[in-house]
Design a protein around this ligand. Sequence first.
Ligand code: FCA
Length: 352
Amino acid sequence: MNFPFAFAVRLRSHLAIALLSLAALVAGCNQSSDPSPPARNAGPSTASGPIRLGFLVKQPEEPWFQLEWRFADQAAKELGFTLVKIGATDGEKVLAAIDNMAAGGAQGLVICTPDTRLGPAIVAKAGAANLKLISVDDQFVGSDGQPMKQVHHLRISARKIGESVGQTLTAEMKKRGWTPATTAVAMVTFDELATAKERTDGAADALVAGGFPRERIFRAPERTPDIPGAFEAMNTLLTQKSDVKHWLVCGVNDNAVLGGIRALEGRGVPIENAVGIGINGTDCIVELEKARPTSFYGSMLLSAKAHGYQTSEMLYKWIKDGVAPPLDTRTVGVLITRENFRQVLKEQGVRE
Ligand code: FCA
């Protein structure tokens, strides 16, 4: 890179970061649940003044993250702290948001980062700003490629939940009397993210343990972790495997499976020839509410309350009373289908 060009690029990225900081400031103000002026100093380990916390998520459009925010808001109201909700879809936005939070006097941050490899940069920035940190959902990865186990983290028991998906698919296949000769598994994967890989690996292992041949499990790697990304990945797979009659569909989350199901429909696969099971349980409610069933059979509902309320509460108590949370907290999932989803969502406080 020649000098003037490098300089121009640097200047441009500085300008972008400055603009992003400003945007984050505006977004932060707009979304704050209490606009009262923040205390400037976080203090060493306990705080007596007003407490201000951030909750940053990587995909603010996903219902799962909106629900985490909703439960974090509930914690803010019940425990009496100010919550700043930040949607940050790339690294620049995350780092700008942390600067902005520090300038605004925040003392702590719950974060699901858009890129887990940003872990070291986030830890350094938060440390310099005296912000306490809890990562949620997606664990930070260090410069050595290993999970950053020293950062407090709350996550799902990804492998176990994946295994439940695999077991449920096995049971549904048996119920329908399908055989491996006519059936294949389509697994929408996203191996870049450890929690995602554990889920699909768990599902595959459980299917094999249930007697399904591993060579009939086909992977559809999604380029982007959303419905269009899954749709595209599944379409590519279906082009290659046009001879399969029955499909079992699993993936990293609800959107992965929903994209897969939409691709099957697009290819004219009859609804009764496919069974899909998602993970999250929050992004498939509209699907389960449809008057006519689709091939989306159900989902492993995760505890958005634990991920939104409990993380915020842990952070709040850490700052207020100096009580550090456990380093590693894992949550469970429960199967919802068209038969029970209304009841279970009500029990879990997701729906009225
Ligand atoms: C990851 C996924 C989300 C959700 C969460 C618990 O962040 O991207 O959809 O499953 O884990």
